[in-house]
Write a protein that binds this ligand. Sequence first.
Ligand SMILES: *Cc1c(COP(=O)(O)O)cnc(C)c1O
Length: 382
Amino acid sequence: MKKQILLSTPHMGEQELKFVQEAFETNWIAPVGPHVDAFEEEFCQHTGAGYAAAVSSGTAAIHLALRLLDVGRGDEIFCSTLTFIASANPIVYQGAKPVFIDSDRTSWNMNPDLLQVAMEKRAKIGKLPKAVLLVHLYGQCADIDPIVEICQKYNVPLIEDAAEALGARYKGRCPGTFGTIGIYSFNGNKIITTSGGGMLVSDDERLVKKARFLATQARDPAPHYQHSQIGYNYRLSNVLAGIGRGQLQVLQERVEARRRNFEIYQKALGNLPGIEFMPEAEFGRATRWLTCLTINPQAFGADREEIRLGLAEKKIESRPVWKPLHMQPVFAECESIGGEVAEDLFMRGLCLPSGSNLTDEDLERVIGGVRVSNCNLKYAHM
Ligand SMILES: *Cc1c(COP(=O)(O)O)cnc(C)c1O
């Protein structure tokens, strides 16, 4: 029996277990402790962020970011439509409303021109959004500079959801460090993982301190338990922060391994008719967290769903590109600025197994599986 090849699995290095053991030996089995502090500090060194707060998930980090910016009932948030639902769920937790913005074809991320148009319209009626939530998808940065410029022009804070883009670069700098607040995720499928976890960063120390305060039940400085605000239990465990410290040490290797997967796939499949790989925008360096491609079914002879099912039969997991949020039943009532590009990427887009721990043999199996789905159909049509 051949082993299952999954989309993206955890890949531990050499140091993680040592840090975890240290947590056990010192009995720091708590959502505070030396690994949490060190992880935050080392994360800042890695990304160039000013300050960081380690939390229990990327979703929690987004929720805290919205709270820090006083997002509340009736507010609007401009949000990338092509993303995982976790980007937008916290908007709803806060009683606010997402307004979705379509992607461009260069980066698959938020189209700055559409953002400008939407912002201008809202400015005219005196109802600017409370924040812009920009997602860097599949390890590739959006075109950040023009988006920052638009946000500054209208004085609207920018939150960067860099959950999928740790290790990427935009004009040499790390995504997540350009906006007012950036967030990252260490979920099990991300480029580095703590099993579950996240990070909130900002250059504004006050915001990060407040994030830590809110993440620990908003306890006022008093020996008794006193609270003048509603908080959350969102801090990262010291044990998991130990895993994070080890993972940070191998981040660069993980990026190179995922880029290598992409190159091997592209070399083997790139010149098949109807296959196009996700472009790498010239303004940045992608991590290729997931290798994504689009299929033109007429030219290829099979659509992305036929390829996906063919791979599944061979015990290979692949996934459609994210279903855009403006197409999700739960957001049916929400406004969307454009959406056709994201819809097309969803209809034709497929993510191939992309873990940094895939072997050459695994990659060969995936490549073979994609090729066969193309041949089968050709023969079927003859
Ligand atoms: C994974 C992910 C999140 C959420 O992170 P969790 O740690 O799983 O809560 C948010 N946004 C995007 C784009 C993601 O891929």
